[in-house]
Design a protein around this ligand. Structure first.
Ligand SMILES: [Zn+2]
Length: 222
């Protein structure tokens, strides 16, 4: 039912391990295979997966207010397997907003301005490769998401330290491509013509958007 759209799973930690495991196939292959006694079916299932979870069953709350013991907290977060978390391009720990932020005293960039920048970056990606950055695989990734030698070194180091899997490496490159596009769009000018190799700063931002969920201190995680 989410094919072509967004699948949002709230409270990801509350889903059964079997249900979460069932997400792997559609996330990798874009299809769901259903086998019943008399029939088999393959259904298209390409969607954008968005999920949110609290760090523990009680929801965390302000520092020091968590009521869960260590066992309950670990059991809760361990439901989210490493292979499943690895398939999320972006994993962001969200801090509780301050009162000023809630009252909108701080002010920020208007959503419409950000949305316009995103739309432009999307157009840049489509003009360059005929598809979105998230859909770059194999040779297309090498062609359109080239890394500077220094940026490649950063990723090599992450992999050698065991902090980045082979799958994660490709995901980070796609995200870094988009971050580079956004950087060029923000700078103005002919972004499509300028969109060259991915630089160290782009890779570092992409890596910072892959929070290690299991070691995250209390706070909402989305
Ligand atoms: Zn708690």
């Amino acid at each position: 039912m989410s094919h072509g759209g967004v699948l949002f799973l709230d409270e990801l930690g509350e889903f059964t391990p079997a249900a979460l495991d069932g997400l792997r196939e559609p996330l990798e292959e874009g299809v769901i295979r259903i086998s019943r006694a008399h029939a088999r079916a393959v259904l298209p299932a390409r969607f954008q997966l968005v999920a949110a979870t609290n760090p523990c069953p009680c929801g965390g709350g302000p520092p020091g207010s968590c009521e869960c013991d260590d066992v309950a907290r670990l059991r809760y977060i361990r439901r989210l397997s490493g292979p499943l978390l690895d398939r999320f391009d972006l994993r962001v720990a969200v801090q509780r907003p301050s009162v000023d932020e809630l009252l909108d005293v701080v002010g920020g960039e208007p959503t419409a301005v950000v949305a316009a920048r995103v739309a432009t970056a999307r157009d840049v990606a489509l003009a360059r490769a005929g598809r979105l950055n998230a859909e770059l695989h194999g040779d297309l990734l090498d062609l359109h998401a080239r890394l500077t030698p220094a940026a490649l070194d950063v990723l090599r180091d992450e992999m050698e330290r065991g902090r980045l899997t082979g799958r994660g490496y490709h995901r980070v490159r796609r995200v870094a491509r988009t971050i580079a596009d956004l950087r060029l769009v923000r700078r103005g000018g002919d972004a499509a013509a300028e969109s060259g190799a991915i630089e160290v700063a782009d890779v570092e931002v992409a890596l910072s958007l892959r929070t290690r969920i299991r070691s995250t201190t209390p706070g909402l995680v989305a």
